[in-house]
Design a protein around this ligand. Structure first.
Ligand code: BTN
Length: 266
């Protein structure tokens, strides 16, 4: 613990890819998503990556609580993308989850899976998350930022009591029992991201979605969906389509589709 990220090693390893063509490092920042947004607004091309050793105002998807990135322990990375179609945004979010889960499984040696829409899980605990943000220009996408956070070399207890801990946090240190090389994890994440993003670009969204479904723990389970109606919606998760829409079979027998929400498994 406590070693700064060797970001130059990471930058060198991924320099020939689109994703990682340029890496910006911040020892301390508010949010890498905000930094990436500023770079994109200034004209940064697709594939530019911002990585930080500490975030002081990291954002989570629900906005209920901050996303914590304590100094020199974890992964906080944001990738600038220039997809053309707004439909790509949900697919990028699935892709980012897949890239993170596959990188963790390979580098940390513990099987990581996904919880809809894109929580990265080890067992029933959340080790990482994805936050995709975008800016529109008329009806097309000006740019998108795919942010990924992974809890790394720290005990989960160090993350403190989380106010919305419907899903308890996991860290790689706790799960693996020793420190994980953050550089190797980040390189693998960016490699998977690059490969999957190329698949999307050549019209293979179905293949990316299929990989996502294979990693998804939510299908077939009884779930409670929060944040869509005033009261939680309960049902069995029957399907996720190629755009990430979740279909629940409600107790009434009705099938209902959801684009967003927070799943807690029953
Ligand atoms: C979630 O709530 O599950 C999403 C968490 C996303 C956190 C990452 S860390 C890098 C990037 N910068 C942020 O401020 N958030 C994302």
């Amino acid at each position: 613990m406590d070693q700064p990220l060797d970001w130059q090693r990471v930058a060198q390893a991924v320099a020939r890819q689109t994703i990682g063509c340029h890496v910006e490092y911040r020892a301390v920042t508010g949010s890498t998503n905000d930094d990436a947004r500023a770079l994109a607004q200034g004209g940064a091309p697709e594939g530019v990556v911002v990585v930080a050793d500490t975030q002081t105002r990291g954002r989570g998807r629900t906005g209920k609580s901050p996303w914590l990135t304590p100094p020199r322990t974890s992964i906080a990375v944001s990738i600038i993308l220039h997809p053309r179609q707004p439909e790509a945004l949900a697919r990028i979010s699935m892709l980012a989850g897949v890239a993170a889960a596959e990188a963790i499984t390979e580098v940390a040696g513990v099987p990581a899976r996904l919880k809809w829409p894109n929580d990265v899980m080890i067992g029933e605990r959340k080790v990482g998350g994805v936050l995709v943000e975008s800016a529109l220009a008329g009806s097309s996408v000006a740019f998108a930022i795919a942010g990924v956070g992974i809890n790394g070399n720290l005990p989960a207890a160090a993350l403190g009591p989380l106010p919305d801990a419907a899903v308890p946090p996991a860290t790689l240190l706790d799960e693996v029992g020793h420190e994980v090389e953050r550089e190797a994890l980040l390189i693998r994440l960016l490699e998977h991201f690059d490969r999957l993003y190329r698949q999307l670009q050549v019209g293979e969204a179905a293949a990316v979605a299929q990989r996502y479904r294979v990693l998804l723990d939510t299908l077939g389970r009884r779930v409670r969906l929060l944040g869509v109606d005033a009261a939680p919606v309960e049902g069995v998760a029957e399907a996720v389509d190629n755009d990430g829409t979740l279909v629940l079979r409600l107790d009434s027998g009705e099938r209902r589709a959801f684009l967003y929400g927070e799943v807690s498994c029953r």
